[in-house]
Design a protein around this ligand. Structure first.
Ligand SMILES: *[C@@H]1O[C@H](CO)[C@@H](O)[C@H](O)[C@H]1NC(C)=O
Ligand SMILES: *[C@@H]1O[C@H](CO)[C@@H](O)[C@H](O)[C@H]1NC(C)=O
Length: 231
């Protein structure tokens, strides 16, 4: 009885270990693997410089380095990139965090000019591609091919699935917790029941013994009395 209980409890937790590892791995890829975002194409519709000078245009995400786009100089020209240029990738994205990024033009006199500033998020990418267009400013496509890598996060509506995925991970975690806790509780309850039963048996035995001894003593007394009377 005792043996069976000892074997049962570890077996439950060991069989749950792969599940726990799986859940941890599922919730972690955003931390382990960042996803590179590259510039696929860009077309600028204006420059902000007053002087007829070639503009210096750069992409910048808050807290990161400025990525100067060395080739982008002409208005309305449609620039395409392979994603392997020396200045690529533009930035890296993780699963659950957007970045505040923008396209700017360096200004030698006043502060830099802004084409646009926006939140760059994983769920902007549909089939690994995100188009950002701002009227009269620019039209750019950003590529995030790794968004579909590993087959863990489907590219289409990746943001939605990753949030619902973390929800289901939470649910799974809760289920595991409930199972572990109920296993513990039943083990403790079983141990308690066995202990109580043993204690009750011991008490009963002691009481029986006491009653038995008392019976003897009483018997002796009676015998004594009888003996005395007979003498
Ligand atoms: C992302 O880009 C960096 C270079 O900036 C590179 O070292 C890394 O290997 C790239 N990651 C992937 C998964 O391609
Ligand atoms: C922006 O460029 C993409 C091609 O890279 C094109 O499909 C899209 O129609 C363009 N958008 C506008 C508003 O020009």
């Amino acid at each position: 009885m005792k043996r069976a209980r000892c074997v049962l409890l570890p077996r439950i937790s060991i069989s749950r270990l792969p599940l726990i590892f799986y859940i941890i791995l599922c919730s972690v890829p955003g931390i382990f693997s960042t996803k590179n975002v590259t510039l696929g194409s860009i077309q600028i519709f204006k420059t902000h410089e007053f002087l007829p000078r070639k503009p210096t245009i750069y992409f910048y995400c808050k807290g990161e380095n400025k990525i100067i786009l060395p080739d982008v100089k002409e208005k309305h020209f449609f620039y395409t990139f392979k994603g392997k240029e020396s200045w690529q990738p533009l930035t890296e994205l993780t699963d659950n965090k957007c970045k505040r990024c923008g396209l700017y033009e360096m200004d030698r006199i006043k502060s830099d000019d802004v084409f646009d500033e926006w939140e760059l998020c994983l769920d902007d990418f549909i089939d690994g591609k995100s188009i950002h267009f701002k009227e009269k400013e620019f039209n750019a496509t950003f590529i995030c091919g790794q968004c579909r890598a590993g087959g863990v996060v489907p590219v289409v509506d990746s943001g939605v699935t990753s949030s619902s995925k973390s929800g289901s991970v939470d649910k799974k975690m809760n289920v595991v917790l409930v199972i572990v806790i109920s296993a513990l509780v039943s083990a403790i309850a079983a141990a308690g029941t066995v202990g109580a039963h043993k204690y009750w048996q011991k008490r009963k035995r002691e009481q029986d013994q006491a009653r038995f001894l008392k019976l003897f003593e009483d018997g002796d007394d009676i015998e004594d009395e009888l003996g005395l009377e007979q003498i």
